[in-house]
Design a binder for this molecule. Structure first.
Ligand SMILES: Nc1ncnc2c1ncn2[C@@H]1O[C@H](COP(=O)(O)OP(=O)(O)OP(=O)(O)O)[C@@H](O)[C@H]1O
Ligand SMILES: O=C(O)c1ccc[n+]([C@@H]2O[C@H](COP(=O)([O-])O)[C@@H](O)[C@H]2O)c1
Length: 200
């Protein structure tokens, strides 16, 4: 069995917090690969992403290029609609019977787990690897026991970066250098995304 980590996210845009979370999960979860899957519509976010899926996918591809254990998949974007992780794992299991899957999630998402679609069935199909985010203490203790058992916490240097912060910095004309990989930074500037200008 190959062990695959699923790094799901809106990735609007992808940043180094996502990449370090994936690297940490790879190392501490003993994974063979991490597959990055940008969502179509994220299930628990208030609004659909304002950035077109093609751009979020393109930036995700740029972020993982050069790391042979990382891949970007367009499966949720192709499926369209609300991107339930249950549907994604079902689809991946059918396509890759030689692989086992773990979901990589930040602590903000761990606290939300009981609200996920068909969470009981999802937890029976895939484990979760959790990463702590600053200011977001994972409350694994308050999860139902079957979920506590399926979340494995990994330790990474905490990174106080979010996609929201990147978007806010761009809108304010501030630098995002070193917060996102250089090719992603170039893509954002080239396409004038998030209100950015072309100068660095
Ligand atoms: N800095 C970080 N450290 C650890 N995990 C993170 C970090 N940023 C995001 N994640 C995790 O990555 C996954 C995808 O996150 P998402 O694409 O929603 O990014 P975000 O930065 O939280 O976005 P936004 O600010 O737009 O809500 C989630 O499981 C989230 O918890
Ligand atoms: O399946 C669900 O109900 C569900 C609820 C919330 C989040 N998720 C997944 O968790 C990942 C991170 O979500 P988000 O909102 O932080 O981008 C992404 O892959 C979502 O599809 C999944």
């Amino acid at each position: 069995m190959r062990k695959i980590g699923i790094m799901g996210g809106t990735f609007d845009p992808i940043h180094i917090g996502h990449l370090l979370a994936a690297e940490t999960a790879l190392e501490q979860g003993g994974l063979d690969e991490v597959w990055f899957i940008p969502t179509a519509d994220p299930p628990l976010k208030d609004a659909a992403p304002s950035t077109p899926a093609e751009d979020r996918l393109a930036m995700t591809r740029l972020a993982v290029e050069g790391e042979y254990r990382f891949r970007a998949l367009d499966l949720e974007i192709r499926r369209g609609g609300t991107s339930y992780s249950y549907d994604t794992v079902k689809q991946l299991q059918a396509q890759h019977p030689d692989c086992s899957f773990s979901y990589i999630i930040g602590s903000d998402r761990i606290n939300d787990l009981p609200k996920w679609h068909r969470i009981g069935e999802l937890a029976a199909m895939a484990g979760f690897i959790g990463l702590e985010r600053p200011g977001e203490k994972p409350m694994t203790d308050s999860l139902p026991p079957y979920l506590q058992a399926s979340v494995q916490m990994a330790r990474m240097p905490q990174i106080g970066i979010s996609s929201t912060l990147i978007r806010e910095r761009l809108l304010a004309g501030k630098s995002i250098r070193y917060l996102v990989p250089d090719p992603v930074c170039d893509y954002i500037r080239r396409h004038g995304m998030y209100g950015s200008t072309t100068h660095h």
